[in-house]
Design a protein around this ligand. Structure first.
Ligand code: SF4
Ligand code: SF4
Length: 185
């Protein structure tokens, strides 16, 4: 394990290319990202602060703060940054590193539960089924939620990549295996 910056470049470089990730060090703390961040208007999440902390190798502080998971990946900061910092992609890579180190937020882990159970991050529910029926469609769309064999293929991907272990998924209860005190959302 190197510095957080080195890990970001190594890990994120595999997906985005190293130069993309190296833009972290171009951040001059101008604050245009934070100024336009819709999440920052309602939460304690501060994009500029995150990048400063990442430059300063404050791995544990970043990973242990719930704010890391408050970014909605809207890409507003990505478009606003005057220095070409690949903001949103950097945040996603930092989250990946945090998740690998066991720090994924419960709501994000629950999204994984939905995908494992149905193949959808947002499963089709009663209201959607009623609506589909009202307009003459089958209640259930022809997706993994309807076809068990297809869902099993999705579940196999999760097993193969060990994503189930990363979110601490319990195949018996088809839910999170919670540590005491955790709250499912
Ligand atoms: S807009 Fe870009 S340069 Fe300015 S603080 Fe945000 S990431 Fe840094
Ligand atoms: S991508 Fe995330 S950090 Fe950037 S503006 Fe949107 S919510 Fe804020």
């Amino acid at each position: 394990m190197g510095t957080l910056y080195e890990d970001i470049v190594d890990h994120g470089g595999e997906v985005f290319g190293k130069e993309h990730m190296e833009t972290l060090m171009l951040c001059v703390q101008c604050g245009k990202c934070t100024g336009g961040c819709p999440s920052g208007r309602y939460t304690a999440f501060r994009t500029r602060k995150l990048f400063r902390m990442a430059q300063e190798d404050m791995r544990e502080e970043i990973f242990n703060a719930p704010e890391l998971w408050f970014c909605s990946t809207c890409f507003t900061c990505y478009e606003r940054c005057p220095k070409g910092v690949k903001t949103t992609d950097l945040i996603r890579v930092i989250r990946n590193l945090a998740a690998k180190a066991g720090h994924m937020s419960v709501p994000h882990r629950m999204i994984g539960v939905y995908v494992l159970k149905t193949g959808h991050a947002v499963p089709v529910g009663e209201p959607q089924m009623k609506l589909r029926k009202a307009v003459g469609l089958d209640e259930m769309a022809p997706t993994t939620q309807k076809y068990k064999e297809q869902l099993e293929q999705v579940q196999e991907i999760f097993r193969t990549t060990h994503y189930d272990a990363m979110i601490d998924f319990d195949w018996n209860t088809m839910n999170l295996r919670e540590a005491e005190g955790d709250e499912k959302k």
